[in-house]
Write a protein that binds this ligand. Structure first.
Ligand code: KG4
Ligand code: ZN
Length: 343
């Protein structure tokens, strides 16, 4: 049994966690920065990096104290090494390197997307490889065949905005606070998902890619027109995203014999998304797994768990491991026409 310390600091959550290789979350802490970024309607990289510097060492101390151990009692130290906002990634990775150096324990440089991708296995011991993963977060929207630790095949990606980004932009247009996903979900409960006709970009197209920019523009037009209740716009927007997810994921499922469908990333915290994809999996004769909401949004337990999986596979890194702003899970995947920097 190995005990792994994990650190996360790639966006606007500072987090530390201690997780064992037999799936026990010994201690974990997350401090979000929503209030610091709220006046700007999105994450400000410089503010985020400074906040990580201020709180991350204290979080490490707290999880070690809660477990009643010192830093030298862990078997390895894992930290997000990218992709993400580079200042924040550097703070977490350098903290992990300092701890690794001081304790002579191995460093594990974790890809944040691999943290999301493997997170369902932390809570679902029956979930084996391979599985089809819909990874929907603030920075990504991809369909990946997860074949094993470090072994990913990308089937699709977004050609413009990420799914969580679409939620955040739609929320901003509706005057809702950041992050937009939870705010839209709450407002949508009082709305009619069929009230506002909105597009379902790329639905029915031959490759399972995603596109959300046109949906955002349509929300903008609906807001400006002023003919619909905000709750109806929120519900209709959420339904449009769900419909895109279901159609695109169905196509990808038919291109893989993976026996299970998994959803992860911040947008997977959304109850409508979860239930629609669960129904899709059932209809397509696949098992379904989605982590609890707290494990979908950014946290360090998933980074420690990915560290545990990599440690078990003998995948450790040197102290020269780089911080990377961009770091695709499937390095061989070709760029998609229309894809911007977010692929
Ligand atoms: O995975 P995550 O915490 O951070 C990234 O790695 O990006 O995802 C954050 C994104 C944000 O865009 C947020 O609005 C979205 O996930 N999100 C949601 C919900 N909770 C968070 N989107 C829809 N419904 C939710 N309940
Ligand atoms: Zn994330």
């Amino acid at each position: 049994m190995a005990l792994i310390l994990g650190l996360e600091s790639s966006c606007d959550d500072s987090a530390a966690a201690l997780v064992t290789s037999d799936r026990r979350i010994v201690a974990q802490r997350v401090i979000g920065q929503n209030q610091a970024h709220a006046p700007f309607g999105g994450v400000v990289p410089e503010i985020a990096a400074r906040a990580h510097v201020e709180v991350l060492p204290g979080l490490v101390r707290e999880v070690l104290d809660e477990a009643g151990i010192g830093p030298g009692d862990v078997d390895a130290i894992a930290a997000t090494a990218g992709p993400g906002l580079i200042g924040g990634v550097m703070v977490g990775l350098l903290t992990a390197k300092a701890l690794a150096l001081a304790t002579a324990r191995p460093l594990i440089a974790v890809n944040h997307l691999e943290g999301h991708a493997l997170s369902p296995r932390l809570v679902d011991p029956d979930l084996g490889f391979p599985y089809l993963l819909l990874l929907a977060s603030g920075g990504h929207c991809q369909l990946l065949e997860v074949r094993g630790v470090g072994d990913y095949r990308r089937l699709a990606t977004t050609i413009d905005d990420a799914a969580g980004e679409a939620f955040d932009k739609a929320a901003k247009l509706l005057g809702l606070p950041y992050p937009g996903g939870p705010a839209i979900e709450l407002l949508a409960r009082e709305g009619d998902p069929r009230a506002v006709p909105l597009p379902r970009p790329l639905v029915g197209s031959g490759e399972p890619h995603f596109s959300f920019a046109g949906l955002k523009s349509a929300v903008q037009r609906a807001v400006v027109a002023g003919e619909h209740r905000p709750a109806d716009i929120a519900a209709s927007f959420q339904q449009a995203v769900v419909d895109c997810f279901v159609d695109r994921t169905r196509l990808a499922l038919r291109r893989t014999d993976a026996p299970a469908l998994v959803v992860a990333g911040g947008v997977a915290a959304n109850a409508s998304v979860r239930s629609a994809l669960q129904q899709l999996a059932a209809a397509e004769g696949r098992a379904f797994s989605v982590p609890p909401g707290w494990l979908c949004t950014d946290n360090a337990a998933m980074i420690a768990w990915a560290g545990a999986e990599r440690f078990a596979a003998g995948l450790v890194d040197g102290l020269d491991a780089p911080a990377r702003a961009r770091w695709p899970l499937d390095e061989g995947a070709e760029a998609v026409r229309g894809a911007g920097v977010k692929a």
